[in-house]
Design a protein around this ligand. Structure first.
Ligand SMILES: Cc1cc2nc3c(=O)[nH]c(=O)nc-3n(C[C@H](O)[C@H](O)[C@H](O)COP(=O)(O)OP(=O)(O)OC[C@H]3O[C@@H](n4cnc5c(N)ncnc54)[C@H](O)[C@@H]3O)c2cc1C
Length: 460
Protein backbone atom coordinates (compact mmCIF):
# COMPACT_ATOMS: atom_id res chain seq x y z
CA UNK A 1 0.00 0.00 0.00
CA UNK A 2 1.25 3.45 -0.90
CA UNK A 3 0.85 6.69 1.06
CA UNK A 4 -1.00 8.38 -1.80
CA UNK A 5 -3.24 7.24 -4.68
CA UNK A 6 -4.97 9.00 -7.52
CA UNK A 7 -8.27 7.48 -6.47
CA UNK A 8 -9.52 5.75 -3.33
CA UNK A 9 -12.81 3.89 -3.75
CA UNK A 10 -14.79 3.23 -0.60
CA UNK A 11 -16.83 0.04 -0.85
CA UNK A 12 -16.11 -2.86 -3.20
CA UNK A 13 -19.59 -3.54 -4.52
CA UNK A 14 -19.91 -4.15 -8.25
CA UNK A 15 -20.12 -0.42 -9.00
CA UNK A 16 -16.91 0.21 -7.08
CA UNK A 17 -15.25 -2.64 -8.95
CA UNK A 18 -16.33 -1.33 -12.35
CA UNK A 19 -14.97 2.12 -11.46
CA UNK A 20 -11.71 0.59 -10.18
CA UNK A 21 -11.23 -1.42 -13.37
CA UNK A 22 -11.83 1.52 -15.72
CA UNK A 23 -9.72 3.97 -13.71
CA UNK A 24 -6.82 1.57 -13.32
CA UNK A 25 -6.96 0.80 -17.05
CA UNK A 26 -6.75 4.54 -17.67
CA UNK A 27 -3.44 4.50 -15.83
CA UNK A 28 -4.53 5.92 -12.47
CA UNK A 29 -3.39 4.41 -9.19
CA UNK A 30 -6.44 2.99 -7.41
CA UNK A 31 -7.05 1.68 -3.90
CA UNK A 32 -10.34 0.00 -3.00
CA UNK A 33 -11.30 -0.23 0.68
CA UNK A 34 -13.97 -2.71 1.75
CA UNK A 35 -15.35 -3.36 5.22
CA UNK A 36 -16.50 -6.93 4.54
CA UNK A 37 -14.12 -9.85 4.43
CA UNK A 38 -15.13 -10.43 0.81
CA UNK A 39 -15.27 -8.36 -2.38
CA UNK A 40 -18.52 -7.77 -4.28
CA UNK A 41 -21.04 -6.21 -1.89
CA UNK A 42 -24.56 -7.33 -2.79
CA UNK A 43 -23.18 -9.03 -5.90
CA UNK A 44 -21.95 -12.12 -4.16
CA UNK A 45 -22.31 -15.87 -3.94
CA UNK A 46 -21.87 -17.44 -0.56
CA UNK A 47 -21.92 -20.91 0.89
CA UNK A 48 -24.69 -19.86 3.26
CA UNK A 49 -25.45 -23.33 4.60
CA UNK A 50 -22.10 -24.52 5.96
CA UNK A 51 -22.87 -28.24 5.70
CA UNK A 52 -23.98 -28.09 2.06
CA UNK A 53 -21.71 -27.26 -0.84
CA UNK A 54 -24.01 -24.82 -2.64
CA UNK A 55 -23.00 -21.28 -3.51
CA UNK A 56 -26.10 -19.12 -3.50
CA UNK A 57 -26.51 -15.63 -4.91
CA UNK A 58 -27.17 -14.21 -1.52
CA UNK A 59 -28.61 -10.79 -2.37
CA UNK A 60 -28.84 -9.83 -6.06
CA UNK A 61 -29.39 -12.80 -8.34
CA UNK A 62 -30.31 -11.89 -11.94
CA UNK A 63 -28.57 -9.67 -14.47
CA UNK A 64 -30.22 -7.24 -16.87
CA UNK A 65 -28.88 -3.74 -16.30
CA UNK A 66 -25.22 -4.59 -16.66
CA UNK A 67 -24.29 -2.94 -19.98
CA UNK A 68 -22.84 -5.36 -22.52
CA UNK A 69 -20.39 -2.61 -23.39
CA UNK A 70 -18.77 -2.89 -19.94
CA UNK A 71 -18.48 -6.65 -20.35
CA UNK A 72 -16.71 -6.10 -23.69
CA UNK A 73 -14.54 -3.17 -22.55
CA UNK A 74 -13.26 -5.04 -19.51
CA UNK A 75 -13.01 -8.40 -21.29
CA UNK A 76 -15.13 -10.17 -18.68
CA UNK A 77 -15.57 -13.88 -19.07
CA UNK A 78 -19.25 -14.10 -18.12
CA UNK A 79 -22.04 -16.33 -19.30
CA UNK A 80 -25.49 -14.84 -18.81
CA UNK A 81 -28.06 -17.52 -19.56
CA UNK A 82 -31.60 -17.03 -20.77
CA UNK A 83 -34.39 -18.57 -18.70
CA UNK A 84 -36.65 -20.64 -20.92
CA UNK A 85 -39.69 -19.53 -18.97
CA UNK A 86 -40.30 -15.87 -18.21
CA UNK A 87 -42.93 -16.38 -15.53
CA UNK A 88 -45.57 -18.67 -14.07
CA UNK A 89 -48.56 -17.36 -12.16
CA UNK A 90 -50.90 -19.87 -10.53
CA UNK A 91 -54.61 -19.07 -10.41
CA UNK A 92 -57.92 -20.76 -9.69
CA UNK A 93 -60.78 -20.34 -12.13
CA UNK A 94 -64.19 -21.90 -11.53
CA UNK A 95 -62.64 -24.53 -9.26
CA UNK A 96 -59.61 -26.10 -10.93
CA UNK A 97 -56.07 -24.85 -10.42
CA UNK A 98 -54.31 -23.50 -13.46
CA UNK A 99 -51.36 -21.29 -14.25
CA UNK A 100 -50.36 -18.55 -16.65
CA UNK A 101 -47.12 -19.65 -18.26
CA UNK A 102 -45.22 -17.04 -20.25
CA UNK A 103 -42.34 -18.38 -22.27
CA UNK A 104 -39.16 -16.61 -23.33
CA UNK A 105 -38.80 -18.92 -26.31
CA UNK A 106 -42.28 -19.91 -27.52
CA UNK A 107 -44.78 -17.20 -28.36
CA UNK A 108 -47.38 -19.86 -29.10
CA UNK A 109 -47.10 -21.28 -25.59
CA UNK A 110 -47.61 -17.83 -24.06
CA UNK A 111 -50.51 -17.01 -26.37
CA UNK A 112 -52.29 -20.28 -25.58
CA UNK A 113 -51.81 -19.84 -21.85
CA UNK A 114 -53.14 -16.28 -22.02
CA UNK A 115 -56.15 -17.51 -23.97
CA UNK A 116 -56.93 -20.04 -21.22
CA UNK A 117 -56.78 -17.28 -18.65
CA UNK A 118 -58.72 -14.56 -20.44
CA UNK A 119 -60.90 -16.47 -22.93
CA UNK A 120 -59.93 -14.09 -25.72
CA UNK A 121 -57.01 -13.25 -28.02
CA UNK A 122 -57.31 -9.51 -27.50
CA UNK A 123 -55.60 -9.38 -24.13
CA UNK A 124 -52.44 -11.01 -25.50
CA UNK A 125 -52.28 -8.47 -28.32
CA UNK A 126 -52.86 -5.68 -25.84
CA UNK A 127 -50.06 -6.95 -23.65
CA UNK A 128 -47.73 -6.97 -26.64
CA UNK A 129 -48.69 -3.39 -27.45
CA UNK A 130 -48.12 -2.39 -23.84
CA UNK A 131 -44.66 -3.94 -23.74
CA UNK A 132 -43.87 -2.32 -27.07
CA UNK A 133 -44.02 1.00 -25.24
CA UNK A 134 -41.30 -0.07 -22.83
CA UNK A 135 -39.29 -1.51 -25.72
CA UNK A 136 -39.46 1.85 -27.51
CA UNK A 137 -38.50 3.56 -24.27
CA UNK A 138 -35.53 1.24 -23.83
CA UNK A 139 -34.37 1.83 -27.41
CA UNK A 140 -34.28 5.56 -26.79
CA UNK A 141 -32.71 5.69 -23.34
CA UNK A 142 -30.44 2.69 -22.92
CA UNK A 143 -27.41 4.07 -24.74
CA UNK A 144 -27.50 7.16 -22.54
CA UNK A 145 -27.01 5.09 -19.38
CA UNK A 146 -23.24 5.28 -19.64
CA UNK A 147 -23.30 9.03 -20.28
CA UNK A 148 -23.90 11.93 -17.89
CA UNK A 149 -27.64 12.08 -17.13
CA UNK A 150 -29.51 14.18 -19.68
CA UNK A 151 -32.03 16.82 -18.60
CA UNK A 152 -35.65 15.66 -18.70
CA UNK A 153 -36.43 18.21 -21.43
CA UNK A 154 -33.82 16.64 -23.67
CA UNK A 155 -35.35 13.20 -23.19
CA UNK A 156 -38.79 14.59 -23.94
CA UNK A 157 -37.43 16.11 -27.14
CA UNK A 158 -35.88 12.80 -28.18
CA UNK A 159 -39.21 11.04 -27.76
CA UNK A 160 -41.08 13.67 -29.72
CA UNK A 161 -40.59 11.92 -33.04
CA UNK A 162 -43.62 9.71 -33.62
CA UNK A 163 -46.90 8.78 -31.92
CA UNK A 164 -45.65 5.58 -30.25
CA UNK A 165 -42.56 7.31 -28.83
CA UNK A 166 -44.62 10.21 -27.54
CA UNK A 167 -47.04 7.76 -25.91
CA UNK A 168 -44.14 5.82 -24.40
CA UNK A 169 -42.69 8.97 -22.87
CA UNK A 170 -46.02 10.24 -21.57
CA UNK A 171 -47.22 6.90 -20.19
CA UNK A 172 -43.98 5.76 -18.62
CA UNK A 173 -42.26 8.99 -17.60
CA UNK A 174 -44.99 11.53 -16.93
CA UNK A 175 -48.16 9.77 -15.78
CA UNK A 176 -48.58 7.28 -12.94
CA UNK A 177 -47.98 3.82 -14.37
CA UNK A 178 -51.41 2.64 -13.20
CA UNK A 179 -53.05 4.64 -15.99
CA UNK A 180 -51.34 2.89 -18.87
CA UNK A 181 -51.69 -0.51 -17.23
CA UNK A 182 -55.43 -0.01 -16.85
CA UNK A 183 -55.77 1.45 -20.33
CA UNK A 184 -54.15 -1.53 -22.03
CA UNK A 185 -55.03 -4.50 -19.85
CA UNK A 186 -58.33 -5.72 -18.46
CA UNK A 187 -57.32 -8.92 -16.70
CA UNK A 188 -56.46 -8.44 -13.04
CA UNK A 189 -53.76 -11.14 -12.99
CA UNK A 190 -52.03 -9.60 -15.99
CA UNK A 191 -52.24 -6.12 -14.57
CA UNK A 192 -50.66 -7.50 -11.42
CA UNK A 193 -47.93 -9.27 -13.37
CA UNK A 194 -46.95 -5.96 -14.97
CA UNK A 195 -47.13 -4.08 -11.70
CA UNK A 196 -44.70 -6.37 -9.89
CA UNK A 197 -41.80 -4.84 -11.81
CA UNK A 198 -42.85 -1.44 -10.50
CA UNK A 199 -42.90 -2.46 -6.84
CA UNK A 200 -39.78 -4.48 -6.15
CA UNK A 201 -37.93 -2.87 -3.27
CA UNK A 202 -40.13 0.19 -2.93
CA UNK A 203 -43.33 0.93 -1.10
CA UNK A 204 -45.72 2.19 -3.74
CA UNK A 205 -48.98 1.69 -5.63
CA UNK A 206 -50.10 2.07 -9.27
CA UNK A 207 -51.33 5.67 -9.09
CA UNK A 208 -48.59 6.98 -6.81
CA UNK A 209 -48.14 10.64 -7.88
CA UNK A 210 -44.44 10.52 -6.95
CA UNK A 211 -43.90 8.21 -9.97
CA UNK A 212 -41.38 6.06 -8.06
CA UNK A 213 -43.31 3.09 -9.40
CA UNK A 214 -42.58 4.25 -12.96
CA UNK A 215 -38.88 4.60 -12.19
CA UNK A 216 -38.75 1.13 -10.67
CA UNK A 217 -40.67 -0.33 -13.63
CA UNK A 218 -38.37 1.26 -16.19
CA UNK A 219 -35.24 -0.01 -14.46
CA UNK A 220 -36.68 -3.48 -14.76
CA UNK A 221 -37.57 -3.15 -18.44
CA UNK A 222 -34.77 -1.28 -20.21
CA UNK A 223 -31.68 -3.43 -19.55
CA UNK A 224 -29.60 -3.81 -22.71
CA UNK A 225 -32.70 -2.66 -24.65
CA UNK A 226 -34.54 -5.94 -24.05
CA UNK A 227 -35.16 -5.80 -20.30
CA UNK A 228 -34.53 -9.52 -20.11
CA UNK A 229 -33.22 -10.75 -16.77
CA UNK A 230 -30.60 -13.44 -17.20
CA UNK A 231 -29.04 -16.00 -14.95
CA UNK A 232 -25.33 -15.46 -14.25
CA UNK A 233 -23.73 -18.87 -14.70
CA UNK A 234 -21.87 -19.69 -11.51
CA UNK A 235 -24.09 -17.31 -9.54
CA UNK A 236 -23.71 -13.60 -8.87
CA UNK A 237 -20.32 -14.24 -7.35
CA UNK A 238 -19.06 -14.99 -10.85
CA UNK A 239 -19.85 -11.40 -11.86
CA UNK A 240 -17.99 -9.96 -8.88
CA UNK A 241 -15.02 -12.30 -9.39
CA UNK A 242 -14.63 -11.29 -13.03
CA UNK A 243 -14.81 -7.62 -12.13
CA UNK A 244 -12.29 -8.09 -9.34
CA UNK A 245 -9.97 -9.89 -11.71
CA UNK A 246 -10.26 -7.14 -14.34
CA UNK A 247 -9.55 -4.44 -11.76
CA UNK A 248 -6.57 -6.28 -10.23
CA UNK A 249 -5.11 -7.08 -13.67
CA UNK A 250 -5.13 -3.38 -14.43
CA UNK A 251 -3.28 -2.64 -11.21
CA UNK A 252 -6.01 -1.70 -8.74
CA UNK A 253 -5.18 -2.62 -5.14
CA UNK A 254 -7.85 -3.87 -2.74
CA UNK A 255 -8.10 -4.21 1.02
CA UNK A 256 -10.87 -6.05 2.87
CA UNK A 257 -11.78 -6.04 6.58
CA UNK A 258 -11.20 -2.33 6.60
CA UNK A 259 -12.59 -0.38 9.53
CA UNK A 260 -13.14 3.11 8.18
CA UNK A 261 -12.55 5.78 10.82
CA UNK A 262 -12.53 9.20 9.15
CA UNK A 263 -12.77 10.93 5.81
CA UNK A 264 -11.02 14.22 5.39
CA UNK A 265 -12.58 15.99 2.45
CA UNK A 266 -12.74 19.63 3.45
CA UNK A 267 -9.22 20.88 3.03
CA UNK A 268 -7.09 20.89 -0.06
CA UNK A 269 -5.96 17.34 0.66
CA UNK A 270 -8.31 14.34 0.66
CA UNK A 271 -7.46 11.48 2.93
CA UNK A 272 -8.96 8.37 4.46
CA UNK A 273 -8.23 7.06 7.93
CA UNK A 274 -8.91 3.41 8.64
CA UNK A 275 -7.87 0.44 10.72
CA UNK A 276 -6.75 -2.84 9.28
CA UNK A 277 -5.11 -5.71 11.17
CA UNK A 278 -5.38 -3.49 14.26
CA UNK A 279 -3.13 -0.85 12.70
CA UNK A 280 -4.24 2.70 12.02
CA UNK A 281 -3.52 3.95 8.48
CA UNK A 282 -3.95 7.28 6.72
CA UNK A 283 -3.84 7.36 2.93
CA UNK A 284 -4.16 10.41 0.71
CA UNK A 285 -5.95 10.61 -2.62
CA UNK A 286 -6.66 13.09 -5.39
CA UNK A 287 -10.20 11.75 -5.62
CA UNK A 288 -12.47 9.78 -3.32
CA UNK A 289 -15.25 7.70 -4.86
CA UNK A 290 -17.95 6.61 -2.46
CA UNK A 291 -19.65 3.30 -3.28
CA UNK A 292 -21.90 3.08 -0.24
CA UNK A 293 -25.12 4.82 0.70
CA UNK A 294 -25.49 8.48 1.59
CA UNK A 295 -26.66 7.38 5.04
CA UNK A 296 -23.22 5.90 5.74
CA UNK A 297 -21.36 8.77 4.14
CA UNK A 298 -23.23 11.26 6.32
CA UNK A 299 -21.72 9.69 9.46
CA UNK A 300 -18.19 10.24 8.19
CA UNK A 301 -18.65 13.81 7.04
CA UNK A 302 -20.57 14.85 10.15
CA UNK A 303 -23.86 15.57 8.41
CA UNK A 304 -27.34 14.57 9.48
CA UNK A 305 -28.86 12.09 7.04
CA UNK A 306 -32.47 12.82 6.17
CA UNK A 307 -34.03 9.99 4.15
CA UNK A 308 -36.50 10.93 1.48
CA UNK A 309 -39.87 9.38 2.35
CA UNK A 310 -40.41 8.48 -1.32
CA UNK A 311 -37.39 6.18 -0.99
CA UNK A 312 -39.06 4.04 1.65
CA UNK A 313 -39.22 0.36 0.89
CA UNK A 314 -38.08 -2.93 2.17
CA UNK A 315 -37.14 -6.17 0.56
CA UNK A 316 -37.57 -9.46 2.24
CA UNK A 317 -35.69 -12.39 0.80
CA UNK A 318 -35.44 -16.02 1.83
CA UNK A 319 -32.74 -18.24 0.35
CA UNK A 320 -33.56 -21.93 0.46
CA UNK A 321 -31.88 -25.18 -0.40
CA UNK A 322 -34.43 -27.84 -1.33
CA UNK A 323 -34.27 -31.61 -1.56
CA UNK A 324 -36.90 -31.41 -4.27
CA UNK A 325 -39.03 -28.77 -5.92
CA UNK A 326 -42.51 -28.13 -4.48
CA UNK A 327 -45.41 -29.85 -6.30
CA UNK A 328 -47.97 -27.64 -7.93
CA UNK A 329 -51.70 -27.69 -7.44
CA UNK A 330 -51.97 -27.00 -11.17
CA UNK A 331 -50.69 -30.53 -11.70
CA UNK A 332 -50.36 -30.41 -15.49
CA UNK A 333 -47.36 -28.12 -15.18
CA UNK A 334 -44.07 -29.72 -14.20
CA UNK A 335 -42.41 -27.89 -11.32
CA UNK A 336 -39.29 -27.58 -13.48
CA UNK A 337 -41.27 -25.36 -15.85
CA UNK A 338 -43.17 -23.37 -13.28
CA UNK A 339 -40.14 -22.47 -11.17
CA UNK A 340 -37.75 -21.89 -14.06
CA UNK A 341 -38.83 -18.28 -14.50
CA UNK A 342 -40.36 -15.95 -11.94
CA UNK A 343 -43.13 -17.68 -10.00
CA UNK A 344 -45.69 -15.08 -8.90
CA UNK A 345 -47.69 -15.70 -5.78
CA UNK A 346 -50.64 -13.54 -4.69
CA UNK A 347 -49.65 -10.75 -7.03
CA UNK A 348 -53.01 -9.86 -8.59
CA UNK A 349 -53.45 -6.12 -9.20
CA UNK A 350 -56.25 -5.67 -6.67
CA UNK A 351 -54.53 -7.98 -4.21
CA UNK A 352 -51.45 -5.80 -4.33
CA UNK A 353 -53.53 -2.66 -3.86
CA UNK A 354 -55.14 -4.26 -0.80
CA UNK A 355 -51.81 -5.41 0.63
CA UNK A 356 -50.39 -1.93 0.07
CA UNK A 357 -53.31 -0.33 1.93
CA UNK A 358 -53.01 -2.81 4.78
CA UNK A 359 -49.27 -2.26 5.11
CA UNK A 360 -49.74 1.51 4.93
CA UNK A 361 -52.06 1.25 7.91
CA UNK A 362 -49.31 -0.60 9.72
CA UNK A 363 -51.02 -3.97 9.40
CA UNK A 364 -49.67 -7.27 8.15
CA UNK A 365 -51.18 -7.92 4.70
CA UNK A 366 -53.66 -10.85 4.71
CA UNK A 367 -52.06 -12.09 1.50
CA UNK A 368 -48.39 -11.47 0.99
CA UNK A 369 -47.46 -10.82 -2.64
CA UNK A 370 -44.17 -12.56 -3.34
CA UNK A 371 -42.03 -14.09 -6.06
CA UNK A 372 -40.06 -17.28 -6.17
CA UNK A 373 -37.14 -18.10 -8.38
CA UNK A 374 -34.98 -21.19 -8.84
CA UNK A 375 -31.43 -20.58 -10.06
CA UNK A 376 -30.46 -24.22 -10.44
CA UNK A 377 -33.09 -25.00 -13.10
CA UNK A 378 -31.12 -22.78 -15.48
CA UNK A 379 -27.63 -23.23 -14.05
CA UNK A 380 -26.85 -26.05 -11.64
CA UNK A 381 -23.12 -25.28 -11.54
CA UNK A 382 -23.62 -23.57 -8.17
CA UNK A 383 -24.24 -27.00 -6.60
CA UNK A 384 -21.54 -29.54 -5.82
CA UNK A 385 -21.85 -32.72 -7.96
CA UNK A 386 -23.23 -34.80 -5.06
CA UNK A 387 -26.05 -32.30 -4.43
CA UNK A 388 -26.79 -32.18 -8.15
CA UNK A 389 -27.01 -35.95 -8.38
CA UNK A 390 -29.39 -36.06 -5.40
CA UNK A 391 -31.71 -33.59 -7.15
CA UNK A 392 -31.17 -30.60 -4.85
CA UNK A 393 -32.30 -27.15 -5.95
CA UNK A 394 -31.87 -23.62 -4.67
CA UNK A 395 -34.86 -21.38 -4.32
CA UNK A 396 -35.28 -17.72 -3.52
CA UNK A 397 -38.42 -16.11 -2.24
CA UNK A 398 -38.63 -12.39 -2.71
CA UNK A 399 -41.21 -10.11 -1.18
CA UNK A 400 -41.42 -6.34 -1.04
CA UNK A 401 -44.89 -5.31 -0.02
CA UNK A 402 -44.51 -4.48 3.59
CA UNK A 403 -43.33 -1.81 5.91
CA UNK A 404 -41.70 -2.87 9.12
CA UNK A 405 -42.09 -5.51 11.82
CA UNK A 406 -44.24 -7.77 9.70
CA UNK A 407 -42.97 -11.28 9.53
CA UNK A 408 -45.13 -13.71 7.59
CA UNK A 409 -44.79 -15.03 4.06
CA UNK A 410 -46.53 -17.84 2.22
CA UNK A 411 -46.52 -19.29 -1.29
CA UNK A 412 -49.85 -19.86 -3.01
CA UNK A 413 -50.30 -22.41 -5.76
CA UNK A 414 -48.10 -25.06 -4.18
CA UNK A 415 -49.32 -28.22 -2.48
CA UNK A 416 -48.96 -28.23 1.30
CA UNK A 417 -49.44 -24.47 1.14
CA UNK A 418 -45.89 -23.86 2.14
CA UNK A 419 -46.38 -21.43 4.95
CA UNK A 420 -43.21 -19.93 6.29
CA UNK A 421 -43.56 -18.02 9.50
CA UNK A 422 -40.59 -15.97 10.49
CA UNK A 423 -40.22 -14.62 13.99
CA UNK A 424 -39.65 -10.90 14.17
CA UNK A 425 -36.58 -11.34 16.37
CA UNK A 426 -34.75 -12.57 13.29
CA UNK A 427 -35.78 -9.69 11.06
CA UNK A 428 -33.29 -7.25 9.75
CA UNK A 429 -30.26 -9.46 10.34
CA UNK A 430 -28.00 -10.53 7.53
CA UNK A 431 -28.42 -13.89 5.90
CA UNK A 432 -25.37 -15.35 7.51
CA UNK A 433 -26.57 -14.45 10.98
CA UNK A 434 -30.14 -15.68 10.58
CA UNK A 435 -30.49 -19.27 11.76
CA UNK A 436 -32.56 -21.97 10.13
CA UNK A 437 -34.00 -22.79 13.57
CA UNK A 438 -36.12 -19.69 13.34
CA UNK A 439 -38.25 -21.00 10.49
CA UNK A 440 -40.89 -22.72 12.51
CA UNK A 441 -43.17 -24.02 9.77
CA UNK A 442 -40.98 -24.64 6.77
CA UNK A 443 -42.27 -26.59 3.79
CA UNK A 444 -41.18 -30.20 4.08
CA UNK A 445 -39.04 -29.98 0.97
CA UNK A 446 -37.00 -27.15 2.38
CA UNK A 447 -34.09 -28.19 4.51
CA UNK A 448 -32.49 -24.85 5.04
CA UNK A 449 -33.37 -21.22 4.70
CA UNK A 450 -31.70 -17.96 5.41
CA UNK A 451 -33.40 -14.66 5.11
CA UNK A 452 -32.85 -11.00 5.44
CA UNK A 453 -34.69 -7.80 5.07
CA UNK A 454 -33.17 -4.55 4.11
CA UNK A 455 -34.36 -1.00 4.01
CA UNK A 456 -33.71 0.87 0.86
CA UNK A 457 -30.61 2.94 1.22
CA UNK A 458 -30.26 6.61 0.58
CA UNK A 459 -29.02 6.73 -2.97
CA UNK A 460 -29.41 9.34 -5.60
C1 LIG B 1 -32.21 -8.49 -1.82
C2 LIG B 1 -31.69 -7.78 -3.04
C3 LIG B 1 -31.83 -8.36 -4.27
C4 LIG B 1 -31.38 -7.72 -5.39
N1 LIG B 1 -31.50 -8.35 -6.59
C5 LIG B 1 -30.95 -7.80 -7.66
C6 LIG B 1 -30.89 -8.52 -8.87
O1 LIG B 1 -31.35 -9.65 -8.96
N2 LIG B 1 -30.29 -7.93 -9.93
C7 LIG B 1 -29.75 -6.67 -9.84
O2 LIG B 1 -29.22 -6.18 -10.83
N3 LIG B 1 -29.78 -5.97 -8.70
C8 LIG B 1 -30.35 -6.51 -7.61
N4 LIG B 1 -30.32 -5.84 -6.44
C9 LIG B 1 -29.71 -4.51 -6.41
C10 LIG B 1 -28.20 -4.64 -6.45
O3 LIG B 1 -27.77 -5.59 -5.51
C11 LIG B 1 -27.56 -3.30 -6.12
O4 LIG B 1 -28.07 -2.34 -7.01
C12 LIG B 1 -26.07 -3.38 -6.30
O5 LIG B 1 -25.52 -4.42 -5.54
C13 LIG B 1 -25.47 -2.09 -5.90
O6 LIG B 1 -24.08 -2.25 -6.06
P1 LIG B 1 -23.13 -1.22 -5.43
O7 LIG B 1 -21.75 -1.59 -5.83
O8 LIG B 1 -23.55 0.16 -5.76
O9 LIG B 1 -23.37 -1.35 -3.85
P2 LIG B 1 -23.17 -2.58 -2.86
O10 LIG B 1 -23.21 -3.87 -3.55
O11 LIG B 1 -24.15 -2.35 -1.75
O12 LIG B 1 -21.72 -2.34 -2.33
C14 LIG B 1 -21.42 -1.39 -1.34
C15 LIG B 1 -20.17 -1.86 -0.64
O13 LIG B 1 -19.77 -0.89 0.30
C16 LIG B 1 -19.30 -1.57 1.44
N5 LIG B 1 -19.31 -0.69 2.61
C17 LIG B 1 -20.37 -0.25 3.32
N6 LIG B 1 -19.95 0.51 4.36
C18 LIG B 1 -18.61 0.55 4.28
C19 LIG B 1 -17.60 1.18 5.06
N7 LIG B 1 -17.89 1.91 6.14
N8 LIG B 1 -16.32 1.01 4.70
C20 LIG B 1 -15.99 0.27 3.61
N9 LIG B 1 -16.90 -0.36 2.83
C21 LIG B 1 -18.19 -0.22 3.16
C22 LIG B 1 -20.29 -2.73 1.58
O14 LIG B 1 -19.78 -3.74 2.42
C23 LIG B 1 -20.39 -3.17 0.13
O15 LIG B 1 -19.41 -4.11 -0.22
C24 LIG B 1 -30.78 -6.45 -5.29
C25 LIG B 1 -30.62 -5.86 -4.04
C26 LIG B 1 -31.07 -6.52 -2.92
C27 LIG B 1 -30.87 -5.86 -1.59
Amino acid sequence: MKAKYDVIILGAGHNGLVAAAYLARAGLSVLLLEKNDYIGGATTSQKVFPDYDARLSRYSYLVSLFPERIIRDLGLNLELRRRAIASFTPYVMNGPHNGLLLSNVSEEMSRQSMFELTGNQTEYEQMKKFYNLSRVFAERVWDTMLEPLLPKEEFRRRFNVDEVSREAWRSLAEEPLGRVIERYLQNDLLRGLVLTDAKVGIFTYPHDPSLVQNRCFLYHLIGNKTGEWKVPVGGMGAVASELELAARKSGAEMLTNVDLRALNVNGTKRSVEFEIDEKRQTVEARYLLVNFGRNILAKFVGKLYQPNTADEGSVFKINMLLRRLPKLKAARYPAAEAFCGTFHSDEGYEQMNVSYDQAREGRLPNKTPCEVYCHTLTDDSILAPELRSQGFHTMTLFESSRRRNSSKASISGCKSRSKIVLPSHAMGVSASKAKARSTSRMPSECIMATFFRTRRRGRS
